[in-house]
Ligand binder design. Sequence first.
Ligand code: SF4
Ligand code: SF4
Length: 372
Amino acid sequence: MRNEIIHNQTNQKTYTELFDKSYTSSETRLKIIKNNEKPVQNVRLLIQILSVLLSIWIGIEFFLFIKFLESGGNTIYIDRPPGVEGYLPISSLMSLRYFIATGEIHWAHPAGLFIFLAIVMISLTIGKSFCSWGCPIGFLSENLGAFGEKIFKRKIKMPRLLDIPLRSLKYFLLGFFLYVIFLAMDIISLRNFLDSPYNQVADIKMYYFFARISRFSLTVIIVLAFLSVIFKNFWCRYLCPYGALLGLAGLLSPVKIKREISSCIDCNKCSKVCPNFIDVAKKKYVISDECTSCLNCIDACPVKDTLYLKVLPSSKILNKKYVAILVVGIFMFITGIGMISGNWKNKIKLEDYFYHMERIETSEYSHPTGTN
Ligand code: SF4
Ligand code: SF4
């Protein structure tokens, strides 16, 4: 039969050997069914592209809004897109603590809070999947890595002695932010920061950071991009504190990749395709803060029902095609709650923005200490 192969449990054979040759042995034989499930990588790519397009759209709207403010109201008025607050994760984390402590959604960047909650909820549900399905930086990083793989004809792995300490960097950064926001700041300091002129215009400050980028910052970005070509996902793997948080949240997700040891033919394809160097072929369950639920390994597995998503602690299997639905659905549901409940647009009036724009270069708009 075309879709069946003989599996020898004791000798390791390559996939090609197993499928293309008539493999005969006197040892134990098992019939193995070829995995004919369609890969989901095209769907993942589509969602990534839509996410990038959404970011570009938000970027254009925000650019036009700032031009309107800069002109003193003499160009076409474009509403400020609240989605820009998705790029303010520190402010969103502060809003989250403020919300936990007071039950109030802070008025400066409410959309940022909902986007942040949506992304964390995706991770709690289906692992660190936002990084590989929805994050525009993750998309860029993935493509820089793919470009590097084409150039070098292989995936370059950081030496283990460097990889482990470097991977801890993102946790140090995350730990620092969590310490400052949740432990070092009392609620009054937190409110002072959230109310501050700096926080109110944090999005505009971010725009100017890139629009008037310093030579030093540009050099850092170029170096990071260069390193991402050599070492896959350099930024995400070593430096992104947001990814670190999502990785920890992902560990709590009940959905895990399971390898069925009894039908695995040890072809190693799953390990080879993993962009995060997880040795899937040696695991029973993939439980890793680095797994981004990209599903490359499941798509690559040549044997039916051998690598799949399992919902722990039950014995339920989650079809891989539902990952896309969950990622998009959770994101739309939680951000939709923000929109429907009237907590999407911030409460900063247009005349306040004009006021801020006139003073944005003054010390009043520099980073506050958060103290009284
Ligand atoms: S283990 Fe699989 S799903 Fe996780 S990052 Fe590696 S290839 Fe992607
Ligand atoms: S689980 Fe990995 S090693 Fe086993 S058959 Fe599938 S791809 Fe090959």
